[in-house]
Design a binder for this molecule. Structure first.
Ligand code: IMP
Ligand code: MG
Length: 183
C-alpha cells in the first residue's frame, strides 16, 4: 500500500501469514462447534477484518452479531467498567457465543464483557482473539483461540488503529515514531 506504507516502521505479521493462521483457527472452530448453535460476536470496530475472514473459514451454519464497547481501566483500581455503545441485535439465551476481537492487551475489556454475556444466559461464551499482547495482561482472561502472540509494542493494521486510522492495512505493523508526533 503505497500511501500507508510510508508510515510503517516494521511489518510484524504479513497478510499471507494472517490468512493462513485464520484458516487454521476456522478449521479448529469448525471441529469444536459442530452440531452446536454458534453466534460470532464481533467487537467493533477493530474486529471487522478478522471477523470477516474468520467467519468465512468456519464451515458451520452460524450467525453473526456485533457490539461496540468502551472500557475505562484504571491503574489504581483493579476492576474498571464497561460501557455498551452498541448492543447485540439478538438475544443469546442458549446460544454458544464466540466473541471475536482484534487484540487483547490488559484484558480489561474482555474480562468485563465475558461475564456480562454469560449473565444473559448464553450456553457458552468463549474468545477468539487475533493478536495477544500477553506481557501486558492485567486480568486473567482465558482465550480459547489465539491467532498470534505479539510483542509489547503499539500495533496497527488488520483492524487495529492509531487515532482511528490504519485499520485497513492488510498486515500487522508498527508505525514510525514521526507519525505519533505529527500535529
Ligand atoms: P484491553 O482492554 O487492554 O485488553 O484493550 C483492548 C483494546 O485496546 C483492543 O480491542 C484495542 O482496541 C485496543 N488496543 C490495545 N493494544 C493496542 C495496540 O497495540 N494497537 C491498537 N489498539 C490497541
Ligand atoms: Mg478492539
Amino acid at each position: 500500500m503505497k500511501n500507508l506504507d510510508k508510515d510503517v516502521e516494521k511489518v510484524l505479521i504479513d497478510a499471507v501469514k494472517i490468512q493462513e493462521r485464520v484458516c487454521e483457527m476456522g478449521a479448529q472452530i469448525t471441529k469444536d462447534y459442530e452440531g452446536r448453535e454458534l453466534v460470532l460476536v464481533g467487537v467493533l470496530k477493530g474486529a471487522m477484518p478478522f471477523l470477516c475472514d474468520l467467519m468465512r473459514a468456519i464451515d458451520l451454519p452460524l450467525t453473526i452479531d456485533t457490539m461496540v464497547v468502551s472500557s475505562y481501566g484504571n491503574d489504581t483500581v483493579s476492576s474498571g467498567s464497561i460501557h455498551i455503545r452498541k448492543d447485540l441485535d439478538k438475544e443469546i439465551q442458549g446460544k454458544n457465543v464466540l466473541v471475536v476481537e482484534d487484540i487483547i492487551d490488559t484484558g480489561i475489556t474482555l474480562s468485563l464483557l465475558v461475564p456480562l454475556l454469560k449473565k444473559r444466559g448464553a450456553a457458552s461464551v468463549e474468545l477468539a482473539v487475533c493478536l495477544n499482547k500477553k506481557e501486558r495482561r492485567e486480568k486473567n482472561v482465558s482465550v480459547k483461540y489465539v491467532g498470534f502472540d505479539v510483542p509489547d509494542e503499539f500495533i496497527v493494521g488488520y483492524g487495529c488503529d492509531y487515532a482511528e486510522k490504519y485499520r485497513n492495512l492488510p498486515a500487522v505493523c508498527t508505525l514510525k515514531s514521526k507519525v505519533y508526533t505529527r500535529t
